[in-house]
Design a protein around this ligand. Structure first.
Ligand code: GDP
Ligand code: IMO
Ligand code: MG
Length: 428
């Protein structure tokens, strides 16, 4: 038995989907533990490309059980669309389980998401994906959320939906928004409820049984550490915790069951949405990175903000998740850049610091301190071993592992499943 957690170390879109799909080859179970369809995970193999938002990236391994854990917020309509998309793509054989304790995202959550964003001015806007994620987690904390077990019991669903819409429609009226018709939502979502029912179960019991039977379990994080509600750049964060410590709570297992924690990072940095990004640069080099790396959001299509790799961020992620190894993605995108920069610390009001201040005022005054490394020109997209890489690319990776104190377990030189080089076996 062995378990591996995959977490994003930056602001999301690090390539978690690619790595999860890759590691799922040896997994018996793959579990998403938080977030919802704000996530967009891209998987490329056999000349096919899939974008997943809710379903774990182990779905292409037909023998693996894929679990949507209790910590997720699940939009049933989006889930059905995703299942249909998979079927269209020829993925018919899979094993899916949905936690009866996960929460459901309904149309009023997206309306609220938009409303709260509209009410904020200028740089106070978070730049959410507008998928209703924050309001769905708010309902959970306010104890008015609709859980999957409620959703599949049509009587309970109608009752709770009626209560919630009677309440939210008053708020919509107050802000001049159109009210949402309860019967219309019920009749549409009743069909989704009937369709997902077959997958719903107590996934904590299912998962613990798998551990008891010595199976390999893989956990797939969504978003990234810096978007964590607790340890991210609050308030410019998402509404769940994408860290490894959220796995036990959000899946119903003991923390003692986690073996390896793989942090996934890009060879540079990106962010979508607002908020602090110390190493952000907008110039010819980063424009080129955006084009070569196709840096546009998988979920919203928004152009991603680009910057140099930031090892203060990586060490922060290492500390809050207890990372045991690193996977460096999109190394190929840096090919052809003459001089590469790595941020090693920040300068804050004349002092050199090695942490991310909690205060947004302070964090916005942090200036990155860089070292410069020579780049490489050779095509690396067919690299099979670390030693095949140009020396400057080896030097770049070595510097990242030195500055983070983490072993390089994997590096990636292209979007395809085959463009993945393993240096350290993560399963026991
Ligand atoms: P996730 O949200 O962490 O799963 O990442 P996304 O799928 O949103 O974004 C990562 C993007 O990078 C996707 O378009 C991937 O296909 C792509 N990708 C992943 N690894 C590599 C790589 O090594 N090189 C290149 N060029 N693209 C990659
Ligand atoms: P994956 O799993 C990148 C960002 C949004 C916004 C903030 C809050 O693909 O890495 P939300 O809709 O969650 O309330 O938005 O979080 N965000 C992501 N950015 N990748 C993601 O997921 C993200 N999920 C949310 O852009 O800044
Ligand atoms: Mg993504």
């Amino acid at each position: 038995m062995s378990s591996v957690v995959v977490v994003g170390t930056q602001w999301g879109d690090e390539g978690k989907g690619k790595i999860t799909d890759f590691l799922a080859e040896k997994a018996d179970v793959v579990v998403r533990f938080q977030g919802g369809n704000n996530a967009g995970h891209t998987i490329v193999f056999d000349n096919k490309k899939f974008a997943l938002h809710l379903i774990p990236s182990g779905i292409f391994r037909k023998d693996a059980i894929n679990i949507l854990g209790n910590g997720m917020v699940i939009n049933p309509k989006a889930l059905i669309e995703e299942l249909d998309m998979l079927k269209k793509g020829g993925i018919n054989e899979f094993n899916l389980a949905i936690s009866d304790r996960a929460h459901v995202v309904l149309p009023y959550h997206s309306t609220l998401d938009q409303l709260f964003e509209d009410l904020k001015e200028g740089d106070k806007k978070v730049g959410t994906t507008n998928k209703g994620i924050g309001p769905a987690y708010t309902d959970k904390a306010a104890r008015i959320g609709i859980r999957v077990c409620d959703f599949v019991d049509l009587e309970v669903f109608k009752d709770k939906l009626t209560d919630n819409l009677n309440y939210y429609n008053k708020i919509f009226k107050l802000f001049g928004k159109q009210s949402i018709d309860i019967d219309k939502v019920y009749s549409e979502y009743k069909d989704y409820s009937l369709r997902i029912r077959e997958y719903v179960t107590d996934t904590s019991i299912l998962l613990n049984d798998q551990f008891d039977n010595n199976k390999n379990v893989l956990f797939e994080g969504a978003q990234g550490s810096l978007l964590c509600l607790d340890h991210g750049t609050y308030p410019y964060v998402t509404s769940s915790s994408p860290t490894a410590s959220s796995v036990p709570l959000n899946t119903g297992i003991s923390p003692k069951l986690i073996d390896e924690i793989l942090g996934v990072t890009k060879a540079y940095s990106t962010r979508v949405g607002s908020g602090y990004f110390a190493t952000e640069v907008e110039n010819g080099v980063t424009k080129r990175i955006r084009e070569v790396g196709n840096e546009f959001g998988t979920t919203t299509g928004r152009p991603r903000r680009i910057g140099w790799i930031d090892t203060v961020v990586l060490r922060h992620s290492k500390r809050i998740s207890g990372l045991t190894a690193l996977s460096v993605m999109l190394l190929d995108v840096l090919t052809g850049i003459e001089t590469l920069k790595i941020c090693t610390s920040y300068e804050l009001d004349g002092n050199i610091i090695d942490y991310i201040p909690a205060s947004i005022k302070e964090v916005n005054r942090c200036k990155p301190v860089y070292i410069e490394l020579p780049g490489w020109k050779e095509d690396i997209t067919k690299t099979a071993n670390f030693s095949d890489l140009p020396l400057n690319a080896q030097g770049y990776l070595n510097k990242i592992t030195e500055l983070t104190g983490l072993d390089l377990a994997i590096f990636s030189v292209g979007p395809d499943r085959t463009q993945t080089i393993v240096l350290k076996e993560l399963y026991k």
